[in-house]
Write a protein that binds this ligand. Structure first.
Ligand SMILES: [Zn+2]
Length: 111
């Protein structure tokens, strides 16, 4: 028994590749690819590769359904990450010194 889902790319079945060809002579079709569910793309490793056969199919899906996806998780205000900015002296490969800016994330939640 194989465990798979059909690729969710809206145009997956239109790509001209040999591995999509199904049927007998005279009634052949290009079919949506199967996405095998295995240890690399299921369970805790669930990702876009669990539902799409390729980056191209994922991009097609995202571009086709972007309004619906954004409607599910709208961003109505900017997010912020508390940081601490310091100047740190560092050295180049030739021992010449320079100042660089170091940005550290600050945990303001008492953690
Ligand atoms: Zn696909």
């Amino acid at each position: 028994m194989s465990n798979f889902v059909w690729c969710h790319g809206p145009s997956c079945h239109k790509s001209h590749t040999q591995d999509r060809i199904r049927g007998v002579k005279g009634s052949k079709v290009l079919r949506t690819k199967k996405v095998k569910q295995d240890q690399y793309n299921s369970g805790e490793r669930l990702s876009m590769y669990s539902y799409f056969c390729s980056q191209g199919c994922y991009n097609d899906f995202a571009n086709t359904y972007v309004r619906e996806v954004i409607a599910l998780h709208p961003r109505t205000e900017a997010l912020e990450t508390p940081i601490e900015v310091t100047k740190v002296q560092d050295t180049y490969w030739n021992n010449e010194t320079y100042m660089r800016t170091e940005i550290k994330t600050v945990d303001n939640n008492g953690g």
